[in-house]
Design a protein around this ligand. Structure first.
Ligand SMILES: [Zn+2]
Length: 321
């Protein structure tokens, strides 16, 4: 009898052990599936792009000097650029995770309550890290980002946090499509890239050109690197711009000579952190810029940099430091 009882206990222990094991396995499987589902672009809430989007009257409650201003915000080693165009506010990227508050404060000081459009160039943390804070702090019109294949959709905490903020606000992402335009009064953005799918996330960067009053032009390139720059030149699209935000914080992997000469900017802006670990901006890039006689502005030296366009379409440039 005692032996039978022992056997039963042994059996129970075995059963308990197996149920715990299977339970854990089931739980992990469920977690993996849920996470896997979230990390597919198909499951990111999206809407289809409209070729030419015109934004109606808006919104800007704060005082700005001129009708169009482009603010390259100092977020250390990262990108964040605010464009104000005839009463509309548009943000390209929002710096690292710890810079979200900096960007929110900067926008609030300008009296901004609504961002009509957010461009997320690519899902690296130095570009979208602070975006969850921004999305939560303001009314948001539209969010445009490159469509990524499932294998490239990041599983990082940073990206998940941004997706969560988007979902909380009931927003959707619009995929960036080449040649789509977004119009804000006299200011028009044209999407130039990404032109395809690339292995390196930097190359998937959303690239856009902004032209105000058919006169002043800016090119924003995210972290796109040289081989894709070459493709963009070969595409025959208009690249010539007055102001270029240098690709990838002035890394030597971007700003190839042919690309730079196709843009031929009067001003080159480098968004870069003071004493960063990457050695950005690279000497070779600075030489390319200087040999083409452009003025260079850097956030590590000058803080935030503002290009304001006067009614006569002249630049007034001011720096924070
Ligand atoms: Zn970057």
């Amino acid at each position: 009898m005692a032996q039978k009882w022992k056997k039963q206990q042994k059996y129970k222990k075995k059963v308990n052990g197996w149920s715990v094991f299977f339970g854990v396995l089931l739980f992990c499987g469920a977690c993996f599936l849920t996470l896997g589902d979230l990390m597919k672009w198909e499951n990111v809430p999206t809407m289809s792009s409209v070729k030419d989007t015109v934004f109606g009257p808006n919104t800007l409650t704060g005082e700005v000097e001129n009708d169009c201003e482009v603010h390259f915000i100092d977020v250390g080693q990262g990108d964040s650029t605010l464009i104000l165009s005839d009463g509309h506010a548009i943000l390209i990227d929002a710096g690292e995770n710890d810079q979200g508050r900096v960007v929110v404060d900067y926008l609030e000081k300008l009296g901004i309550k609504k961002l009509d459009l957010i461009f997320m160039t690519h899902p690296h943390s130095d570009h979208i890290g602070g975006m969850d804070d921004v999305i939560r702090a303001f009314d948001i019109g539209k969010i445009v980002a490159p469509r990524l294949p499932d294998s490239q959709v990041p599983t990082t905490k940073t990206y998940t946090e941004v997706l969560t903020a988007i979902a909380e606000k009931g927003l959707k992402m619009t995929p960036a499509k080449v040649d789509d335009t977004y119009t804000f009064g006299k200011g028009v953005f044209t999407i130039l890239g990404p032109m395809g799918q690339y292995e390196d996330l930097n190359d998937t960067s959303l690239v856009c050109r902004f032209v105000y009053d058919q006169s002043r032009s800016f090119l924003f390139t995210g972290d796109m690197e040289s081989p894709v720059e070459k493709e963009l030149v070969q595409s025959g699209k208009i690249l010539k711009s007055d102001v270029l935000k240098l690709g990838h914080h002035g890394s030597k992997t971007s700003t190839s000579k042919g690309f730079y000469q196709a843009i031929d900017p009067d001003y080159a802006v480098i968004l870069v952190g003071d004493g960063n670990d990457y050695g950005h901006p690279h000497q070779k890039v600075l030489q390319t810029v200087e040999s083409n006689e452009a003025f260079v502005y850097r956030t590590d030296y000058q803080g935030s940099i503002v290009f304001s366009i006067t009614p006569q379409n002249q630049f007034e440039i001011r720096v924070e430091r």
